[in-house]
Design a protein around this ligand. Structure first.
Ligand code: FMN
Length: 420
């Protein structure tokens, strides 16, 4: 019986362990987590979601405070179109986050950055160009284009000196999305170096409608593989979403996948950015505690724990400090929902907003507990502590379990491996 370690991912002339830890914003897939994947010979992702905020936390910069100070006059205004990101600050934050991570990289693996198109930041093109270019400037090994179709993203960086050398890939959830991307970028004569195919069981935003349950990852992977073969295009394919055991991963590799992308198992790693009390919520969750809902202002369905504090919360929009989801006209679905509730309940001290959430604020504060479908199986991957909680795992333990375990087995941590 094969295991993941019998396979290698060939990328950039190198041979890697075919395990990719997916990007998890905001700073859930920390530099520490990504660096562990690289040290162990695979690929880890940091995320550029809310990168000035992440930089403030990591490097004690003051990007958020300074932005809030600049736009304080606008806090009570329902029109947020004035609120702009300073592109110099955005570049600096990205360079800090990426540069420091790359300086600390050890081992034979790689570190990529997950770059979400839906973070439109009131200037979609300009802010995306800055984030992509600054990540390349700071030496990132690769970029994974995520959360959006990214039809124009390659052209934003086509003049960058690393455009043809860095590993650039895209996440798609359908053959159609991939075809569109390839068609739009044909003139650049540069194929993506890899394609992550994300199925409906993934965490974070989903590239499906609310009918996500009608889709199946293996079917989409086969469809894309057969089409690429017919077109004589050789692009490494990396399935993602619901690959929970080494056996699940091996099955995809045996079918011709170049690697697998996984995330949910690592949400309970010590190196993950989620606070431990939130990790315990993930462990405790049962299948009924998880839902896919429409509260993200991005318009994409998102999977999360039903007990997330973000659900139903009616906080005042925080765009002057954050504002990552403002579209090119300075609008966000949450602002509209919030204003509607305030107009309905003019006397209320605090309103409840159930149809949308202030995703920036709640992701920043780890209050939107987004998770993969199989989160309810995390409790089977560890031991129970004396106090009733679950042992937090090391990223190395989880990575090695994917790499070496066979069939559907999951190795538990050695007794007392992780202290509470
Ligand atoms: C907590 C969490 C946060 C995530 N955040 C992002 C994100 O910011 N951007 C993104 O492209 N994918 C995100 N994802 C998706 C993962 O990168 C990955 O592709 C997917 O979850 C893999 O499936 P699995 O979680 O079932 O292993 C997230 C996943 C989880 C579990």
């Amino acid at each position: 019986m094969n295991c993941v370690d019998d396979f290698r991912l060939r990328l950039a002339g190198r041979e890697l362990v075919p395990i990719v830890i997916g990007g998890m914003g905001v700073d859930i897939s920390t530099a520490e987590l990504a660096l562990e994947a690289a040290r162990l010979g695979g690929i880890g992702h940091i995320s550029d979601a809310m990168v000035p905020t992440v930089s403030d936390r990591r490097f004690k910069t003051r990007f958020v405070k300074d932005k809030l100070k600049l736009y304080k006059y606008n806090v009570a205004n329902t029109d947020k179109s004035d609120v702009r990101f300073d592109l110099g600050h955005l570049a600096e934050a990205t360079r800090l986050h990426v540069g420091r991570t790359m300086d600390e990289k050890r081992g034979d693996g790689m570190v990529f950055i997950n770059c979400m198109e839906k973070l439109t930041m009131n200037a979609p093109k300009e802010t995306l160009r800055v984030r992509l270019s600054a990540a390349l400037d700071a030496g990132i090994d690769g970029i994974t284009l995520a959360a959006g179709l990214h039809l124009g993203s390659f052209s934003l960086i086509e003049d960058h000196p690393r455009f043809r050398h860095a590993q650039l890939g895209i996440i798609v959830s359908s053959l159609r999305a991939l075809q569109l991307f390839l068609r739009k970028n044909a003139r650049l004569d540069r194929l993506p170096d890899f394609v992550v195919i994300e199925g409906p069981l993934a965490g974070g935003h989903l590239g499906f409608g609310m009918d996500w349950a009608e889709y199946d990852l293996a079917t989409i992977v086969t469809e894309i593989r057969e089409w690429l073969q017919a077109e004589e295009l050789n692009i490494p394919l990396i399935p993602a979403g619901g690959i929970f055991t080494g056996g699940d991963a091996t099955a995809f590799l045996e079918q011709g996948a170049a690697a697998v992308e996984v995330a949910t198992r690592f949400t309970v790693a010590r190196e993950c950015g989620l606070p431990e009390d939130v990790q315990q919520e993930y462990f405790r969750a049962s299948e009924q505690d998880i839902e896919v809902n429409g509260i993200s202002p991005t318009g994409y369905p998102m999977r999360m724990l039903k007990s997330s504090p973000a659900i139903g919360d009616g906080i005042r929009p925080n765009c002057e400090a954050f504002g990552y989801l403002l579209d090119s006209a300075g609008r966000c679905g949450y602002i509209e929902a919030y204003n509607r509730e305030v107009a309905k309940h003019p006397e209320a001290k605090k309103v409840a907003v159930v149809d949308k959430t202030c995703l920036c604020t709640h992701m920043r504060n780890f209050e939107c507990w987004t998770c993969g479908h199989y989160t309810y199986r995390l409790k089977d991957t560890t031991r129970r502590r004396g106090d009733g909680g679950y042992e937090i795992l090391s990223a190395q333990h989880i990575f090695h379990d994917y790499q070496f375990s066979k069939g559907g087995t999951i190795a538990l941590p050695p007794d007392g491996e992780s202290s509470p």
